[in-house]
Design a protein. Structure first.
Length: 152
């Protein structure tokens, strides 16, 4: 009887010890990889631009995001006001090039990003992934933009 009582907590802790949702595990696994496909098909929400945290006017404000679609090598997103779309090319060595971006031109009073967000995206040439974060840089210098992975 003592053996059963002593092993029961071990069995229960192994069954209920660490639990994550499938979506959290998938995003974590995708962002831990260093292959060129690791950042694709994930929605990346902007948290920092040119060294400054991104602040939204309200909790329900349009979030600034970018998504790289693996099927057609297209990139799309929103700068907090205007939607944009374009092309991207990922190469070995975590090289990333974004080009041919087109954007809507709505008038917005409170944008959480700079007016030149699209130009910043087109100027990057590499990326890094770490702990659910995508960092876009130019010439492997200071980060130009930091994004966190979010569920779709």
């Amino acid at each position: 009887m003592k053996k059963i009582l002593c092993t029961l907590p071990l069995i229960l802790s192994s069954l209920f010890g660490c639990a994550t949702t499938d979506t959290e595990a998938e995003v974590s696994a995708m962002t831990q990889e260093s292959t060129p496909a690791a950042f694709k098909d994930i929605r990346w929400e902007l948290v920092e631009l040119m060294g400054h945290p991104v602040k939204y006017a309200s909790a329900d404000a349009q979030k600034v995001y970018v998504q790289f679609n693996s099927g057609d090598s297209r990139v799309n997103g929103n700068d907090g006001c205007n939607a944009f779309t374009g092309a991207f090319e990922a190469k070995d060595g975590q090289r990333l090039f974004i080009s041919k971006l087109a954007s809507t031109k709505k008038f917005c009073l409170q944008m959480p990003t700079e007016d030149n967000f699209v130009e910043i995206l087109q100027s990057i040439d590499n990326y890094s992934l770490s702990e659910g974060m995508l960092v876009l840089t130019k010439a492997r210098m200071a980060p130009m933009a930091r994004f966190k992975a979010v569920e779709l």
